[in-house]
Write a new protein. Structure first.
Ligand SMILES: Cc1ncc(COP(=O)(O)O)c(C=O)c1O
Length: 276
């Protein structure tokens, strides 16, 4: 929907830092001329080139990036300063910390990480950015049509909305977004610190861009992954298998994961390492 609604002049900038932004750029190519600002494919999405080296097009309709690459565990923690409208995929970022939305023209996030269940996508957009942008599209494909109808242009996924409402209440009860940020930072740091001093586990992402919520790691000994996963399951630690496109392991420590869960994972990892 982004390139269809918002690329009026037919040029759009995409920063590729992992699987999701790469996919977004490929999809956008159906609708506009995509300018790749920088592409981390060559370093296997472990680092992001310095901003001064980016090939930014100041005439672009917008600049698109993904704040947290869920599969590769690469996160851009600072706000980007670009001269074109800024669009961000915050599917695994929204509600993990306070965000100054004034830095953006459009933010979107699928709910299924930190906001509830699949079936709901939250879009936060500047009204003047989306208004009257895509008169050629049928209303259901237009951001302004959804906004003008208070997100009830078609039948709403009421259960997904309801669950998100409960999650927002839960976040407030926990102390709000600052508390979420502190907790996510602390949980991920604990795991990175353990991985970095270990001989068996590695996380290849440059420290500046390590994600607060998705921590991929690999084992330095071949053919141990299945055993690791089976033993982890037996210890009550589930869903540690990395995304099918990259393999290895991935610990996703979204808002709802307490620090005790990370501590339990680390103690299991230590035990597994000591047995090798
Ligand atoms: C950052 C990011 N963007 C986009 C998506 C795609 O979401 P959906 O499957 O709801 O289209 C995901 C899903 O995991 C994601 O993590």
């Amino acid at each position: 929907m982004i390139p269809q609604n918002l690329s009026n002049n037919g040029e759009a900038d995409y920063l590729i830092t992992g699987g999701w932004s790469k996919k977004a750029a490929a999809y956008a190519e159906h609708h506009t001329n995509v300018n790749i600002v920088s592409d981390s494919t060559e370093n296997n999405f472990t680092n992001i080139a310095e901003m001064s080296t980016w090939n930014v097009n100041t005439e672009s309709d917008y600049f698109f990036y993904c704040a947290n690459e869920t599969v590769h565990g690469v996160e851009i923690h600072e706000y980007l300063d670009v001269n074109t409208p800024l669009i961000c995929d915050m599917s695994s970022t929204l509600c993990t910390r306070p965000i100054d939305v004034n830095n953006f023209d459009l933010i979107f996030a699928g709910a299924q990480k930190n906001l509830g269940i699949a079936g709901l996508t939250i879009v936060l957009a500047r009204k003047d950015f989306i208004e009257n942008q895509a008169n050629h599209l049928t209303p259901i494909m237009r951001y302004d049509a959804h906004a003008n109808d208070n997100s009830m242009l078609n039948t709403s996924p009421v259960f997904a909305w309801f669950v998100a409402g409960l999650v927002f209440e839960w976040i407030e009860e926990q102390g709000g977004l600052t508390k979420m940020a502190d907790s996510n930072k602390a949980k991920s740091q604990l795991l990175y610190d353990y991985i970095d001093q270990s001989n068996l586990y590695q996380n290849p992402v440059s420290s500046k861009y390590r994600s607060w919520v998705n921590i991929p790691f690999t084992l330095s000994v071949n053919n141990l992954d299945d055993e690791f996963l089976t033993m982890a399951n037996k210890s009550g630690l589930y869903n540690l298998k990395g995304h099918r496109t990259v393999g290895g392991m991935r610990a996703s420590v979204y808002n709802s994961m307490p620090i005790e869960g990370v501590e339990k994972l680390i103690s299991f990892m230590k035990e597994f390492e000591n047995r090798q």
